[in-house]
Design a protein. Structure first.
Length: 242
């Protein structure tokens, strides 16, 4: 795949992205990265966005390797490009990252810009405040979508096309009661898969472990790494003597 673009091509694609952003995405809180910084250097986020939008609306899959090689044309010391994933779920651009259950991109390490007319499915451009305990109101605050995978209630699950998504009440923090301020919607698939293993933030992103038994599901090399971290943190203390 071509991994070089002329300055003219970059500017032209960026203007297309800018126009769509102004018309469709700005109102959702999605921020458009500047093409160049104060020093006149290209901004990595903008370059990745431009590369993924090259043939819009007929976008194509790009691998992490493709993106890294492209960015190295401007930043030769770049080791690994992570911008595509961050631009998606975290910053609101509808960029799909490859995975086994992804309906848009199947392979890990591959990315595709799906559309410039809608933000990433469960992106919220501002902090979500669950100021009411009414279930219907809470679902509306999340756009009637699963906070974890973005599947819309009553429609096909994004990752399980044969399943119609149904939203269920889930704990943001399993250590706290399922009550006002600690409820967010998950589809039945996510609610079952994640159960009480994790602590989430209000956007549905994992920010901590709630149930330590999840470690048992890890591979042995991961368990050893976890053990090393904890051994060092607790200075090898016997847990039975705490």
């Amino acid at each position: 795949m071509k991994t070089m673009m002329t300055e003219k091509e970059i500017n032209e694609v960026y203007e297309i992205v800018k126009d769509y952003h102004e018309k469709y995405l700005k109102k959702h809180g999605v921020k458009l990265p500047q093409l160049k910084n104060s020093k006149g250097e290209y901004v990595k986020d903008a370059l990745v966005l431009v590369y993924l939008a090259r043939f819009y609306p007929n976008t194509v899959v790009a691998t992490k390797h493709d993106l890294t090689v492209f960015i190295r044309n401007f930043y030769p010391d770049t080791n690994d490009v992570q911008q595509a994933r961050h631009l998606g779920a975290q910053k609101g651009w509808f960029i799909s990252a490859g995975g086994r259950d992804n309906v848009h991109v199947r392979k890990l390490g591959e990315y595709r810009l799906i559309t410039l007319e809608r933000p990433y499915p469960h992106f919220k451009g501002h902090r979500i405040e669950t100021t009411t305990g009414e279930w219907g109101d809470i679902k509306k605050q999340y756009g009637n979508r699963c906070a974890t995978c973005g599947s819309e209630e009553g429609k096909r699950n994004l990752h399980y096309p044969n399943t119609v998504a149904k939203l269920q009440k889930s704990h943001i923090d399993p250590f706290k009661p399922l009550e006002e301020g600690n409820i967010f919607p998950q589809c039945q698939k996510c609610n079952r898969a994640y159960r009480d293993f994790w602590v989430f933030d209000e956007r549905g992103r994992i920010r901590g472990i709630a149930n330590p038994s999840i470690v048992k599901k890890c591979k042995n090399d991961v368990k050893r790494k976890i053990y090393k971290i904890l051994y060092k943190e607790f200075e090898g203390a016997n847990p039975n003597e705490w």
